[in-house]
Write a protein that binds this ligand. Structure first.
Ligand code: C2E
Ligand code: MG
Ligand code: MG
Ligand code: MG
Length: 283
């Protein structure tokens, strides 16, 4: 029940709920058509090696270019796709498209793809990933799969088996939004992730928050002890970047360093970029 502290706030809350539900309903109806009409796009946001300032990877972020509503962010349609099961074909499309785009990039930066819970539990996931890599002829170690705690849900043997099968393919696995769930540490104990990506919540109030700094310092220690790359997301200011550099993070991502852009634009950025570890693709 909404509080009625301010005049009319109860009514506004109810109306807001209705609008949100209407939107979800519309999205559900329109999303399948949107996929077949080719209205879904992947934008890419770079991840930088903090020490060398090189782009190590680009994260694929889904967008829906709606003919009337413009560019719709993933938070407005990924959850709906998840509820309706559409995330299975949608997620497969994201994997295929991301691998195909990355295979044509001018430097061999990795591509990071987000997985959703239903997608992760689907028995065809490992096969879908293998097929996407093969179709694009992309080296498996150039694909990084980002998995949040909500994807793992429980510490089950099934989750572990899936993670191991993915690892067996040669892809890298990152724990995304680290620190926001209940048992982030438990997952680190049961599976050797390649990367810990700390949620931007811990970056937002840098450099003035001793608490955030203490947590970030602990994550760097964990990463070093466990042999995992440590990454921060949501770096928006030079002060935040300085702080995470001082703490010893390996990678950073955020609006300060690069916003998500369409693939064509990312290709231009990568062309002007010094090659990662001196390696340039021959094609
Ligand atoms: P995420 O994986 O944690 O992705 C990072 C989000 O933070 C992106 O939002 C990105 O645009 C945003 N971001 C990056 N740098 C900054 C910054 O400096 N400041 C702030 N305030 N935000 C920043 P986006 O693109 O709206 O994506 C939101 C979430 O949607 C993603 O969170 C991811 O969980 C999900 N998502 C996106 N694409 C896909 C997809 O293809 N499949 C699945 N399953 N989920 C996806
Ligand atoms: Mg992510
Ligand atoms: Mg994240
Ligand atoms: Mg996050």
């Amino acid at each position: 029940r909404a509080k009625s502290g301010k005049r009319g706030s109860y009514c506004m809350f109810e109306r807001g709920m209705d609008a949100a539900m209407r939107t979800r309903h519309l999205v559900r109806i329109e999303l399948a058509g949107a996929m077949s009409r080719g209205e879904l796009e992947l934008h890419y946001q770079p991840l930088f090696d903090i020490a060398s300032n090189h782009i190590t990877a680009c994260e694929a972020l889904a967008r829906w270019r709606h003919p009337e509503r413009g560019l719709i962010p993933p938070n407005e349609f990924i959850p709906v796709a998840e509820e309706s099961g559409l995330i299975i074909p949608l997620g497969a499309w994201v994997l295929e498209k991301a691998c195909a785009d990355a295979a044509r990039w001018p430097i061999d930066a990795a591509v990071a793809v987000n997985l959703s819970p239903l997608q992760f539990r689907n028995s065809s996931l490992v096969d879908t990933v293998a097929k996407a890599l093969a179709a694009a002829d992309l080296r498996p170690d150039r694909l990084q799969l980002e998995i949040t705690e909500s994807v793992l849900l429980d510490d089950s043997a099934g989750n572990l088996a899936t993670l191991r099968a993915l690892r067996q393919l040669g892809v890298r696995i990152a724990m995304d939004d680290f620190g926001t769930g209940y048992s982030s540490f438990g997952y680190l104990r049961s599976f050797p992730f390649d990367k810990i990506k700390v949620d931007r919540e811990f970056v937002r109030d840098l450099p003035d928050s001793p608490e955030s700094l203490a947590i970030l310092r602990a994550v760097v220690g964990l990463g070093q002890s466990l042999g995992m790359t440590t990454t921060v997301e949501g770096v928006e200011t030079q002060d935040q970047l300085s702080a995470v550099r001082t703490e010893g993070f390996v990678e950073a991502q955020g609006y300060l360093l690069g916003v998500p852009v369409p693939n064509a634009e990312m290709v231009k950025i990568l062309h002007g970029h010094r090659p990662v570890r001196g390696r340039v693709r021959s094609a």
